[in-house]
Design a protein around this ligand. Structure first.
Ligand SMILES: [Fe+2]
Ligand SMILES: [Fe+2]
Length: 131
């Protein structure tokens, strides 16, 4: 079962690129979660983990470019939130590929929890400026 389902009610920012990228991101997260909790080969899980993290980094950079371009006042706080998440991802990625960590149910729930908090509070706050 999907870990996270995009709905406009819960996650819509009204900013086209962001809503579309969030849906792609959710799809990559669900794929990783299904593989990790469904006993897929470790190499498959690793490839999906890398793909998700690369997409997250690109998505954050895209939001940051747009916020800067429009002079959005919440840029610094928003970027700091992104950087904290990239740090968590990079740490997990490094440990996974060193055989020191696995992608678990808890990892999936942690990322979902972060998105459940970040999108409604931080991403929705740029809605009026970036629309
Ligand atoms: Fe976002
Ligand atoms: Fe964001």
């Amino acid at each position: 079962m999907a870990l996270i389902t995009w709905t406009a009610d819960q996650y819509g920012t009204g900013v086209g690129f962001a809503d579309s990228e969030h849906q792609t991101l959710f799809g990559l997260l669900n794929k990783l979660y299904d593989e990790a909790t469904g006993g897929a080969a470790r190499a498959t899980i690793g490839a999906s983990l890398d793909a998700l993290i690369a997409y997250v980094v690109d998505h954050f950079a895209h939001e940051e470019r747009e916020m800067l371009a429009k002079g959005f006042g919440g840029y610094d706080r928003h970027k700091a939130e992104h950087e904290a998440m990239v740090g968590i991802c990079a740490d997990l990625q490094k440990k996974f590929h060193a055989g020191q960590a696995e992608v678990t149910e808890e990892v999936g729930q942690l990322v979902k929890g972060w998105l459940d908090s970040h999108i409604p509070t931080f991403d929705m706050s740029y809605s009026d400026t970036l629309k």
